[in-house]
Design a protein around this ligand. Sequence first.
Ligand code: SF4
Length: 470
Amino acid sequence: MFGEIKGLNEECGVFGIWGHPDAASLTYYGLHSLQHRGQEGAGIVSTDGDRLYNHKGLGLVNDVFGPGDLDQLEGNGAIGHVRYSTAGGGGYENVQPLVFRSQNGGLALAHNGNLVNANALKHQLEGQGSIFQTTSDTEVLAHLIKRSGYLSQREKVKNALTMVKGAYAFIMMTEKEMMVALDPHGLRPLSLGILEGAYVVASETCAFDLIGAEYIRDVQPGELLIISENGLESERFSSSISRAICSMEYIYFSRPDSNIENINVHTARKKLGKQLAKEAPIEADIVTGVPDSSISAAIGYAEESGIPYEMGLIKNRYVGRTFIQPSQELRERGVKMKLSPVRGVVEGKRVVIVDDSIVRGTTSRRIVTMLREAGAKEVHVRISAPPIVSPCYYGIDTSNSGELIAAKMSVDEMCEEIGADSLTFLTTEGMTTAIGREDSGSNCGQCLGCFTGNYPTEIYPDTVHPYEKV
Ligand code: SF4
């Protein structure tokens, strides 16, 4: 994935399995396949039915789990998390799953998404005496569960879920059961599978493929799954459902081998590229894509336009992650380190370069300059998504609004800024048509917030864009 240099980062990935003797090891492998969703921290909590075992740390899954660590994570149930630092910032205490212990037992919590009313709830809970252990928005749910006056754990969880707003795919686990919840808009992807009789839940289906699990279905918006020795039970905690899955999951974040509600991500990206070729044709000699996430769209553009696809850019995979170099100047240097033009391919050619987004414009400018320095005669930039004009409040780091180039400039001005011969974005209608979800309604079941400024949930007066704090 290319997000670290572009300024687009996924928040997190979650994984859970219940009823398998190798629960912790399978979670470890599941987290590996979700690593692209977060590289700053990882953790696994397991249970043997009597107690919770926990291991987590900062860094990649490989860095966090060394020889012997998985042996400590006993039991047939486990949940795991990979984290990109968002609301509340980085730091060990915010690495998930979070674990809370009380006289009634433990609760482990893994969350992908961002709660838009976390601040308001935190103020309220602190006013009632709650003391927070972390600065993460996720902890709010644990306090709400604890404070719910209902008798059964299930009712407590359902009650708490009705109070949090925003984007959430939660996996929770006590010593006795695993619970899985998706927000009423289904903003983040979450799928259910099965492996040798054990239920598996993951942010993306690529995790199922890696461990050999079979996909059953996607978790539904407003649904609470309870998985225990009694099997799988499904309940609703919200009746007001309107699907608005993050468009960026299809365009950019999810792995091409994942399916989101039976739509393969690579295929969706290819269709986005084909649609782009219809909407923004140009005479050129070659089409190339920005690796890795834009390759599928570039192949689609090439197929539709009849212009050959060539590998005009390659990615140097072994340079350090650039999000630890936050200044503009260093980011630009990071781009230079990460990508190289293939001179023998682009020299003397009219090049169409397909990318999936422009955030600050820095990356695009560097790429155009790079291609020209390598001898490209013309450089035409085609973006397989609409311009990002508003920030995301749901757990995607699209930078804050002041940094978004499309919020400040027209397409012509952006074209000049990045030094391209032409620049065209896909239309919003073209995007939803190409992805091809079957949902009715003007948003076709997708969140379009960062493209239109119209968000599927209320944005509260004290909703803080998570990345303005870190
Ligand atoms: S605002 Fe954009 S990035 Fe955020 S959830 Fe919606 S579509 Fe995804």
